[in-house]
Every structure is written in C-alpha cells, then in structure tokens.
Design a protein around this ligand. Structure first.
Ligand code: HMG
Ligand code: MG
Length: 326
C-alpha cells in the first residue's frame, strides 16, 4: 500500500517569485528560503539558471546557490535544493558554483551539514507553450535536455546529479486550451525517463485541471508504464481545483506534490495563470487525512503572511488566513 508519508517540494522561491515585476532583494529571497527550511520544508526549489532577459527576477540565482552552499540554513531536517536549468548554459553556470564548493553539498542523501543539490529541466506538452516558454519545439527541447541530463550525470560520475523534469501544460494550455493529449504527455514522460531523468513533475501550469481529467492523465501514464514513484504533481490553483486534483492523485498513489507558500506565483509565459497551490492549504489537507508532511503549519502560515506583505500581495492561502485569524 502507498505510504502515509508525503513529500512536499516548496517552489515558492522560484515559481512563487519568478513572475513578480518589482525587484525582490536577494536578502528577502534568502530570508524566505531560511523561514521555509525552519518550518520543515526540506525540499526547496531555490532559483533558476534561465536567461535574465527572459526572467529578470531569477537573475541572482548564482548568489542564492552560493549562499546556500556556504551558509546553509539551520533546519529541523536535512535540506535539498533544486534549481531550474533550461539548457547547457544554465547547467554550466550552476555546475561552476558547485565545483567551487565541492565539499559543501551532496548529490545523494543530504545530512545536517551537507545539503543535497539537484537540477530541474522543463519542457511542455504542447508546441505553442514550448515555443513561448523556451523558444524551442518539444523535440528541440528534448534534444537539449538529453545533453543537459548527460552533463549533470557526468559532472561527477561517482555522484551524478539528480534531475527532475517538468512537463508543463499537461491539463490545459493557455494557447491550445483543453486540447492536450494525455498520450502525448505519457510519450514525453517516457522519453525523459529513458534519457535519465529521475522524476517527472507534471505541471498544471494554467490550473485548468479537473478531477476527472487528472484521473484520466494518471491512468494513461500508468498504462504507458510510468510508475507513481517517478511522478510529482505540480498544480496551480487558478480555478481553485488544486486540492481536489491532489486528492485524486493521492488516491492514485502519487506521494510528491509541489507547493508554494502563500499561494504565490505563476509562469511569465502563461498569461492569466495564478500561483501554485498554497503550501498551507496542502499541509492542512494532508494533516486532516492523517498523513505526515513534517511541516509546522503555524510557522509556514506566518511565512506566507510575511512574504505576501514583502511582495505587496494579499495572502492567497485560504488556510493561512484562517490560521492567522486574518
Ligand atoms: P533564446 O533567446 O532562444 O536563447 O532563449 P539563445 O540560446 O538564443 O540565447 C540568447 C541569449 O540568452 C544569449 O545572450 C545567451 O547567452 C543567453 P546574448 O548573447 O544575447 O547576450 N542565455 C542565457 N543566459 C543565462 N542563462 C541561460 C541562458 N541561455 C541563454 N541559461 C532560453 C532560450 C531557454 C534561454 C529562454 O527561452 C529561457 O531562458 N526561458 C526560460 C523561461 C522560464 O524560465 N520560464 C519559467 C520557468 S518554467 C515554469 O514556470 C513552469 C513550471 O513551473 C511547471 C509548470 O507550472 O508547468 C516549471
Ligand atoms: Mg509552475
């Protein structure tokens, strides 16, 4: 039977902040990561080695990675940090920082003194979104990632970097609507796994996913031989369906979910899409099911309120507002 332990991947510092127009200081980003870590979120997507012309907000990801390697936050449990890389250049930038601090991280299980670092790549289930987000067709992006994965594994052959692979717009596309084929998603997932990706994160970028379509997608992936252990679900909450979709995925046996504190976020290349499902909402929901997340709900609610104020937004977490009586 699937376990009661759920892994939450906190993407607030990356997906949550990447779309903010006002420049958020390095200090605020580091404080956010520190607060999340202290609240028990031990898997944190901390930045993105993408082109600063495309996503200016992620421009100081080098400083963030350097800081996390040299002054890792103190936290109740060992930490894993991931960073996006859209191509060889992004990976090289990340690897050069890792090479400068070879004793300060691990690619295996993290310890209290050595965080783990991993890379995340991202393609899409539709041609239009792939083009808008990375200026490449799906096939071109897969060719790029074949090399990126290889380089991430070869960097240190005795300890290959773990690579997470996102597929965006799996349940709806801002340009192609609901016309996204679950079979195409299964094909792309299979190809990424064959290339050596360690995990497939299925992105409902637009929040257009519904319970029946989530079920259909997961059933199709299972039929194609993609195992639950290879999957993470990345729901945006634009239509308020994220928790329902998570319930469906849990029932199916998936145990890894991406969350964003305060419900922050959105993709700059997905017009109208709002943030990821709020960390606070998911923690509250999982606790109600008797499932274990390792996250301190009060601490993460405080963090959500704080970062919402910092970026000048109202707190988008329903549970966060309720817990705080706000
Ligand atoms: P391009 O313009 O086709 O790239 O962009 P290029 O190779 O022609 O290079 C153009 C310039 O960018 C050159 O500089 C390169 O050096 C530079 P110039 O010579 O003009 O001065 N460049 C870079 N600089 C820094 N880091 C790099 C890099 N690569 C090239 N890695 C590219 C192609 C992929 C770079 C671009 O489209 C890009 O950066 N896209 C990223 C878009 C993005 O970050 N989107 C948000 C993340 S995905 C997401 O949010 C979805 C997700 O949450 C899941 C979901 O919800 O579905 C993950
Ligand atoms: Mg996203």
């Amino acid at each position: 039977a699937p376990s009661d332990r759920v892994k939450l991947v906190e993407v607030g510092p990356r997906d949550g902040l990447q779309n903010e127009k006002g420049i958020i200081s390095l200090d605020t980003k580091l404080q956010l990561i520190d607060r999340l870590a202290k609240a028990g979120l031990n898997n944190i997507e901390a930045g993105s080695f993408v082109s600063p012309k495309w996503v200016p907000q992620m421009d100081n990801s080098s400083e963030i990675l350097t800081h996390l390697l040299t002054k890792p936050p103190s936290a109740p449990s060992p930490l894993t940090f991931s960073f996006l890389a859209p191509n060889q250049k992004g990976l090289t930038n990340a690897l050069s920082i890792l090479s400068a601090h070879p004793d300060n991280y691990t690619t295996a299980s993290p310890t209290q003194s050595k965080p783990a670092v991993e890379i995340a790549i991202f393609t899409a289930a539709t041609e239009s979104f792939s083009k808008k987000n990375t200026n490449a067709s799906i096939a071109q992006s897969l060719e790029t990632y074949r090399e990126v994965i290889q380089s991430a594994k070869d960097h240190n052959s005795s300890s290959p970097l773990r690579v997470r692979a996102y597929i965006s717009v799996v349940l709806g596309c801002p340009f192609e609507g609901y016309d996204v084929s679950p079979h195409r998603v299964a094909e792309i997932a299979t190809e990424l796994l064959e290339m050596g990706a360690d995990e497939i994160a299925l992105g409902d970028t637009t929040g257009m996913g519904t319970a029946p379509r989530t079920k259909e997608l997961l059933t199709c992936l299972r039929a194609a031989g993609v195992r639950n252990e290879d999957l993470a679900m990345h729901f945006h909450d634009t239509y308020g369906q994220a928790l329902v979709n998570i319930a469906v995925a849990l029932e199916h046996g998936v145990r890894v979910f991406d969350v964003s504190v305060g419900g922050l976020g959105g993709c700059p290349y997905s017009p109208g899409a709002t943030g990821n499902v709020a960390t606070e909402d998911v923690v509250y929901f999982l606790e109600s099911l008797g499932m274990d997340t390792g996250v301190d709900l009060d601490a993460v609610a405080d963090c959500g309120e704080w970062i919402s104020k910092e970026v000048g937004r109202s707190n988008a977490s329903t549970v966060g507002r309720a817990v705080l009586g706000a």
